[in-house]
Design a protein around this ligand. Structure first.
Ligand SMILES: [Zn+2]
Length: 176
């Protein structure tokens, strides 16, 4: 009886070193019979984020274009190449999304991170209050809070009083 490849769930006949022809070739090349498979899987999540980022910023027909490319959000020169984006951001962890720290900033190293959809939506919620804040403004608001009234801060930053309350109580912008 012929032996079956030792790779889990592979039913092919052994070619060499307990591996089938396909997996043996990968072992020869990468010293890992699963090399491409694993690499491909992790890399795919990052690629799909990169692809969506491009769509939001460059495809005028994308349903969210107006919130991205339409209001001047750009992708930096370096990240037009997926390989460089991948080198900077690495694998996208499961269930996390690409987030811009400063919502008015571009897609570029230093302004992007992987976050849960909850944090991402927290940031987006500032839209409801009229406008988006930058991380710097959030930090300023927290510095002003002990000595200024919330309504005064709200007026100064053109946001709602609830938004100020959420910021100073760390209900939003938890990581700013
Ligand atoms: Zn195999």
């Amino acid at each position: 009886m012929e032996k079956i490849c030792s790779v889990k769930e592979c039913k092919n006949i052994v070619h060499g070193r307990g591996l089938c022809d396909k997996h043996y070739k990968k072992w020869q090349r990468y010293k890992d019979p699963l090399y491409t498979q694993l690499h491909h899987k992790t890399n795919t999540r990052s690629y799909s984020s990169w692809e969506h980022m491009n769509q939001r910023c460059n495809n005028v027909n994308h349903k969210h274009y107006k919130h991205y490319g339409g209001r001047g959000i750009k992708i930096c020169e370096r990240w037009k190449d997926f390989k460089k984006f991948y080198a900077d951001m690495g694998d996208r962890p499961k269930n996390l999304q690409l987030d811009r720290i400063d919502n008015n900033g571009n897609y570029e190293p230093g302004n992007c991170r992987w976050v849960t959809s909850k944090i991402n939506n927290n940031n987006k919620r500032h839209n409801i209050y009229g406008r988006k804040l930058t991380i710097k403004q959030v930090q300023e608001i927290r510095k002003l809070y002990p000595t200024h009234r919330q309504w005064w801060i709200a007026k100064r930053y053109n946001i709602g009083r609830q938004a100020v309350s959420d910021i100073v109580n760390y209900k939003t912008w938890k990581y700013a």
